[in-house]
Ligand binder design. Sequence first.
Ligand code: F6P
Length: 546
Amino acid sequence: MAKPGRKASFSNLGKHRKRLEEQPMRVQFAVDPNRFKRYSTSGAGILLDYSKNRIDEDAMAALFDLARAAGVEERRDQMCEGVHINLTEDRAVMHMALRYQGDQPVPVDGKDVMPDVRAVLAAMESYSNDIRSGAIRGHGGAQFTDIVNIGIGGSDLGPAMVTLALEPYTRADLRAHYVSNVDGAHIHDTLKRLDPKTTLFIIASKTFSTDETMTNAGTARDWVADTLGEEAVPNHFAAVSTNIPACAKFGIREDRIFGFWDWVGGRYSVWSAIGLPIAIAVGYDNFARFLKGADAMDRHFLSAPLEENLPAIMAVLGVWYRNVWGFSTHAVLPYDQRLGRFAAYLQQQDMESNGKSVTLAGKPVGWSTGPIVWGEPGTNGQHAFYQLIHQGTDVIPCDFLIAAKPHESLPPHHDKLVANVLAQSEALMLGKTAEEVVAELKAQSLSKAQIKELTPHKLFPGNRPSNTLFYEQLTPETLGSLVALYEHKVFIQGVIWNVNSYDQWGVELGKQLAKALLPKVEGIQSGEGHDSSTRGLLAYYLANKG
Ligand code: F6P
């Protein structure tokens, strides 16, 4: 019998939704004392509790059937074998090789890539050690105190997120900064506190042609040349790129250029030489631990049956909510201040990967694809947008992330943090019924009229889904596992949605138009030919730019 198409598969799941609409989670928890045990599992140092979801065993079985029918396992094998699953760019997708800890060859297009991967890692190790020890110094002989990574998108978000997350492993006398925005304010405000004599720039760009990065790199180069002299430039710059000739042309010394390969997508490149600022900031050994943690998650992803596979569970739940319940956003809420850039990082990883509306064959998809991913660390979010998550008209599936052990010894803080994260997922799941609200208000001796007036405002619908990811401590290994977990989740969802998760044509049009508009914004060409809104805005700018 022919397999049903994707659309039919999603609508077949509707019957499970119907059944579960009648069985809110609070009822399911009440009748099943084993619900946590049934719907929690762990892998690569992470405990995933997914019991607070609108699921039962039949729904989960149907979701795993869907994943299998979509060919998740076959595509996973193809990815590992180096098949060019990035069809529109005709490239393999091999970021797992960058963190591979085994001793088997990893062939891409007939060549084992591991010797090259290890050679770049060895070069990163020696360079980062030399920067940290002071063996490599600035032009005038001063030790570097500040590293400025200039890059954007995947050449910024990964290292910036990781450096913040691993703050306990950094040194006070060696600070990492990240400049990405072409807005001059970004580089200006970064450089104003720095001394060129002790500042090292890393120009990170897979293509070494991204306008924002090249503009910021030019400004940084001028800053060094103007203050220390042109001859100082080679001692204050390193580069990370797949475009080695362009790095050399910029004036970077050959031994300070760290390469990677076209089989590493920008948003999957934190494991490559793009991680150089991480290695400098936290030490190469800790960067290696980060890779190790990711490899542990890869082994789990590649070996665990889908039913026990963390990325697969999270992926099918995301599909369930997106395609069967129609929820369009997904919140990532780390109860960890140092994961302050985690949601921003995942926005690129997820939305640039699965924000697509044609299938692999180029036909319009007939279903929703990637959700809008957003989030902020708790408990700050609780005092900002959680109101909407609890009582708003949209249902927002949430991921809560929390460590059992903090890095600091400040006793009341972490227990309070944990109490808050547990309270939030419990509150979202349970809600508060009219009976409970009335009883509460009666206990406060409110009049009947007051109770009637206040009750609807104090109701919580509940039955709002969440996952909780618990881990021992936010170590480099744990962080590596977490990032790899989300990468594989996005991969599985891309297979189920039948899209190419590894291209990003959607960012091109804006780039092209910005290029065409620049001479008009500079006043060199007229705005003729543009729509009236663009012409009106141009005219306003030209009249007011001063
Ligand atoms: O935003 C588009 C994009 O191509 C991303 O995929 C990439 O991470 C970013 O730009 C930066 O590109 P590059 O590393 O080539 O400068």
